[in-house]
Design a binder for this molecule. Structure first.
Ligand code: GLP
Length: 259
């Protein structure tokens, strides 16, 4: 794991956008997209680079991490709608290049298995963007998710439903169930970019990065991955015990190495 502590959320967004731009400019690729407020600055940055810097997504495919069960894709808070409104509709992905889970599928398990097959059929995810929940979830893999889990239905914790209530008219409108790529699925992506900003994420980041690998903190499973870049602002890094070490090593990293 490489921990990169950056001064502000804007620096996190720019650094993440740099990594995504580099991947996209290399040629056809598969991106893994996350929802939530964390990657919004990154998506804004990419939209700007598309508009003014000629960055094209025409050769890229994208797979979403997760979806609420019971929300039709047209619902404004379905992740299908959110990712379209916040990012993909403002750049030039091809028709049918952005893939998501169907939260209204009659057979959620069959939908999950088909999704896994679609990811594999696309050649796997090259670069996966991830946020982190305050309880350490990635995607919607809540605490005690198997570290080897595949795409499946999950029940949200009370904490996650409270955290996400701000996006809905009433806290009771937050669905109880979701479909999410599993930790095993996410760990198959070739490069993981975990983003976190703000003090509210400091505890989860410290547990994920410096705690033991344990199902109680699902993001700790990323320690088993060979290529993870953790981009955090000062506030999200505030509970890390080894901040000086991370800052020192990143400062002395050869530029040619990239992320
Ligand atoms: C959501 C999403 C995650 C996201 C996380 C944090 O519920 N399923 O993919 O990373 O919770 O959200 P936010 O970025 O809004 O803090």
């Amino acid at each position: 794991m490489e921990i990169i502590i950056l001064p502000t959320p804007a620096d996190v967004a720019r650094t993440a956008a740099d990594a995504i731009e580099e991947q996209v400019r290399r040629g056809p690729c598969v991106l893994g997209l996350a929802t939530g407020s964390t990657p919004l600055g990154t998506y804004q940055e990419l939209i700007e680079r598309h508009r003014t810097g000629g960055l094209s997504f025409a050769q890229a495919h994208a797979f979403l991490l997760d979806e609420y069960v019971g929300l039709p894709s047209a619902h404004p808070q379905s992740y299908h709608s959110v990712i379209r409104d916040e990012f993909t509709a403002s750049v030039d992905f091809g028709a049918d290049a952005v893939h998501g889970l169907d939260g209204m599928a009659e057979d959620p398990q069959a939908e999950a298995e088909q999704y896994e097959a679609r990811i594999a059929g696309a050649g796997g995810v090259d670069l996966q963007i991830l946020g982190i929940g305050t309880d350490g979830h990635v995607g919607f893999n809540e605490p005690m998710s198997s570290l080897g889990s595949r795409t499946r239905i999950k029940t949200l914790t009370r904490q996650t439903r409270q955290d996400n209530a701000r996006f809905f008219d009433s806290p009771n409108d937050v669905p109880d169930h979701v479909l999410t790529q599993g930790l095993g699925t996410i760990r198959e992506a070739r490069h993981l970019l975990l983003l976190a900003m703000g003090e509210a994420k400091a505890e989860a980041i410290a547990a994920a990065v410096e705690g033991p690998v344990a199902a109680i903190c699902p993001a700790s499973a990323l320690q088993l991955h060979p290529h993870v870049s953790v981009l955090v602002d000062e506030a999200a890094a505030s509970l890390l015990a080894h901040r000086d070490y991370y800052t020192d090593t990143f400062g002395r990293k050869p530029a040619w190495q990239g992320l």
